[in-house]
Structures are given as C-alpha cells and as structure tokens.
Ligand binder design. Structure first.
Ligand code: FE2
Ligand code: FE2
Length: 392
C-alpha cells in the first residue's frame, strides 16, 4: 500500500494575505529611501521591524517592515482604542511578523499559539496552511502531491517547505507550479516590488531543486516508486510564457507532450500499475457544485486540453490530478479511461462552499480515494463586493 495526500492551491504569501480576498490585502508602499530616513528617528524596533518618528513633525509615525517597505498605521478604532500611534504601529508589526511566511517556516508555532492566531485572523492563508499540514500529517501518508498555486504571487515557498518538512526532507513532497506561482497578475498584491515572471520562475526552480525534483528542460519531472508499482509525472501547465498579464490560460505545450509520450515508452512507466500525471489547469470544465453550471473559462482554461487528453489516453495514464478551479471533484471523464481528481484550495476551500479539503489516495491493487476536510473557524464568509476574485 502506498498512500498519497493530494493537496492544492495553498496560496501562501509573505503575510498570509491573498489576491482571492482583496479586502484583507496587506498594503505596503514603495521602499523608504535611505536619504529620507535622516528625517526620522527610530522609536521602536523588533525583529527588524521599525517604527520611525518624524524629527520635526512629532505626530508623523511610519511603520517599516524588515524589507524596508512602509505600512499604514491603524486607526485608534481599528486598534481597539490604543491612543499612542507608536503602540498602534508596534501592535500591527507584531501581528504581521507572527504571520510572515519566513517567520512561520523558521519556527512553526505550537498548536495553542496557532489556534489563537487563527482566532484573530481566521482567513490567513499562511496559518491555514500550517493547520492543514498538521491534519495531513495525522494521516501519515507516504507522499504529498501538490498541484500548483502553492503561493499566491510567487512568494512564500519557504513556508511550503517548512509546513511539509517531513516529506520535503525525504524527497516525498511532489510539487508542480500553478499560474499564481509563475504568471503575473493585473491586481496589486502586497508584494513590493511587483514580481516578474523571471523572478517567479527562479523561485520555483530553487524550490524544485531543494525538494529534489529534477526538472527536464521542458519543465516536467518524473518519480518512480517501483516497489509500489507507482510512476508519477509532474507537468508544468504554465511552461509557456504568459501572453498578456491578464491571461492565466495554461498549456502543456508540445515539448512536454513529446516528453510524456517518450516516458510512456520506458519500462518503469509501462510496468507501473498506477501511472499518475499531475498538472495545474483543469482538462475538463468543472461546475461549482451539484445543480450548477460550469463557469466561464475565459482566461482560465488549458488551451491544449484536447491534445493533452489524447496524450493521457495514449500513455495509459490511470489517474490524473490537478487544482486551479478550487473545486473538489472525482470523476471518470466521458470517453476516457483515466480517473480524475480535482483538489480544492487547501486553505481557501471549495467553490461549492465546502470546507477546505484534500484527497487521501491509497494505492494497492486498486485506487481508494477519500475526501478529508480541514476544520475551519466558524466565520462568516465576507465577500469583497464589486470585485471579481482573480483566476484560480
Ligand atoms: Fe490556478
Ligand atoms: Fe488557485
């Protein structure tokens, strides 16, 4: 028996905010120029956060994060009645610092501390990622499969590594990237400076190397667990350069399709009972739940889905896994013999309204699949009116 957890779309970020929840985006301004700092005196400092006070206008206070970007100071009302702006700034710094991907990755909080932070900020994707990873750990799976949008905007890979360390250090964290990891977004995130495609790609490559995933020139990787009869191919459905920053369409592309067909000629693939293919974009349109229509595909689809489905059939894929639409669904697509698992967001939940979940997959002579839900705080889902969430 070989067991997998199929998780997806964690959307972790620098501070745990996400483009999917724009009302709670942590906003920071451009870097403070060194020259202007002579105007200011440091009046509070901790964990590389600083509160600066203007030497001439004593009321003017600035909060500067460890990377040198400034944050707004919460109002008296927002900070529960704190009158001193320095105290208000320091309280905000402590709250953000405790949720930073880097901080959480370096020293993961104990259960009680995590629970209390989640009580204050129940939507925080970084905190939800840590809690979900603990639920996955309770199931003692042999490997964790992660099908993209691991990060919200290419930042926070260290938390993916930290939260899933026990699999990462054994080369059992099997990850492929998604559009949020590699493509640019038209919406302002908290990341400064705005991430570039080259920068995002470099971070993904660094993560893949650290996780022991050997990327082929086409962007794919393979892993064989011969004793369990399992062969896994990981594909990058964002290997093609983004055509325009508002387009999040993916494609497997001819190079990876050729590579997959060549892999299928090899003995380990042919001998494997379970031939698994991972990618991020969906190959079949998915409705948001029972009784609902499949949503629009504009800017979201896999452009070569048809060729890809033909290739999946040709290479004898038995099980394909993806994320992207934040929908939890298991199906056997019409006209094809492979089984499909779509995983929802492990932190943001399922578009049907269901709680975050992952698929627990047990592989022996057959495939056994169970949906495992992650408990979330009972909070009202506050939607940001008038704004469309960014694509998957
Ligand atoms: Fe996506
Ligand atoms: Fe996503």
């Amino acid at each position: 028996m070989f067991t997998l957890a199929h998780v997806s779309d964690l959307h972790v970020s620098g501070f745990g905010d996400t483009l999917h929840d724009r009302a709670r985006i942590v906003r920071r301004s451009a870097r403070i120029a060194d020259a202007s700092e002579t105007r200011f005196a440091t009046c509070w400092e901790e964990a590389s956060w600083r509160v600066l006070r203007d030497r001439h206008k004593k009321k003017d206070v600035i909060l500067v994060d460890p990377e040198g970007y400034s944050h707004s100071i919460p109002s008296v009302r927002e900070s529960g009645g704190l009158l001193d702006p320095v105290e208000r700034a320091a309280a905000k710094a402590c709250r953000l610092e405790a949720r930073r991907a880097r901080t959480l990755a370096a020293a993961t909080p104990r259960e009680g501390a995590l629970a209390s932070m989640l009580e204050t900020t129940p939507h925080n994707a970084n905190l939800r990622c840590l809690r979900a990873a603990r639920v996955v750990a309770e199931h003692a799976v042999d490997a964790v499969v992660m099908t993209g949008d691991c990060t919200d905007d290419g930042d926070g890979w260290e938390l993916i590594e930290g939260a899933f360390r026990s699999w990462h250090e054994r080369g059992r964290l099997l990850v492929i990237p998604g559009n949020h990891d590699l493509y640019r977004f038209p919406i302002a995130s908290s990341a400064r400076p705005r991430p570039t495609e080259a920068g995002k790609l470099a971070r993904w490559h660094a993560f893949a190397a650290g996780a022991g995933l050997e990327l082929e020139p086409c962007g794919a990787w393979k892993r064989v667990f011969e004793e369990h009869g399992v062969a896994i191919a990981g594909l990058n459905s964002c290997a093609r350069r983004q055509r325009a920053f508002f387009r999040q369409n993916g494609a497997i592309g001819p190079a990876q399709l050729v590579w997959l067909r060549a892999l299928a000629e090899t003995r380990p693939w042919r001998d494997a009972r379970h031939r698994i293919v991972l990618f991020h974009h969906h190959v079949v349109p998915l409705p948001h739940g029972v009784g609902k229509r499949a949503p629009t595909e504009i800017g979201m689809r896999l452009d070569d889905a048809r060729e890809f489905a033909e290739t999946l059939a040709a290479v004898g894929a038995t099980l394909v896994m993806h994320g992207h639409r934040h929908i939890s669904e298991r199906r056997s697509p019409a006209g094809h013999d492979f089984e499909l698992l779509a995983a929802p967001s492990l932190t943001l939940g399922c578009k049907s309204g269901d709680a975050p979940s992952f698929w627990k997959v047990e592989l022996d002579a057959r495939v056994h699949v169970a949906r495992v839900r992650i408990p979330v705080e009972a909070v009202e889902q506050e939607n940001d009116p008038g704004t469309e969430p960014p694509p998957g």
